[in-house]
Design a protein around this ligand. Structure first.
Ligand code: ZN
Length: 179
């Protein structure tokens, strides 16, 4: 089994009120108990990995060239037909930055470089379950793109002001366009 060092999962302890908290793999306790254990960073509770309700991590790439941004039109729920940043779900043992790069390549064929993480928020993932969405500010030297129609309805470069005025963009992403 692949071990993630950190996961975000529900903590059942009264102090944590069944909310998503940061859990870290506890190597020492895991060896002692011969079981894969994670420790809640808020209350200290130990939980077996198999019992954790883990929140899916998603990486999104905000790709800018001057006053333009690359947007993709979503093909699937949630937010079907809305415009968004390229991206998708993290694979085990992949760094979130790698997820952003891989998913952008898969969806648009653009090669990107990560500049920095802009932030994260809790939203819905493709399965409708809660997901942790991480936004990365990126740049690219590629001009040519090729949108993968099995993953997106469309995609192209847009003037940021035009996009904000005229496109139906996922509301939680709008504020990042002006950063
Ligand atoms: Zn807790």
């Amino acid at each position: 089994m692949s071990i993630e060092k950190e996961v975000i999962a529900i903590c059942n302890m009264p102090k944590c009120k069944r909310e998503f908290k940061n859990f870290i793999y506890d190597e020492e306790k895991s060896k002692l108990n011969d079981e894969t254990l994670y420790k809640c960073q808020n209350c200290g509770a130990l939980r077996p990995y198999d019992n954790l309700e883990i929140m899916k991590d998603i990486a999104l790439a905000l790709i800018k060239r001057g006053n333009r941004v690359f947007l993709v039109k979503r093909k699937f729920q949630p937010f079907e037909n809305y415009w968004a940043f390229p991206g998708g779900g993290k694979e085990p043992n992949e760094h979130l930055k790698e997820t952003a790069i891989r998913e952008t390549k898969e969806e648009t064929n653009l090669d990107i470089e990560i500049i920095k993480k802009l932030g994260n928020f809790i939203g819905k993932g493709d399965n409708g379950k809660k997901a942790n969405l991480n936004i990365f500010f990126c740049k690219t030297d590629s001009i040519r793109y090729n949108v993968n129609k099995t993953e997106c309805l469309g995609g192209k470069w847009y003037d940021i002001n035009y996009a904000l005025k005229n496109l139906q963009i996922i509301p939680q992403l709008k504020k990042y366009l002006t950063k």
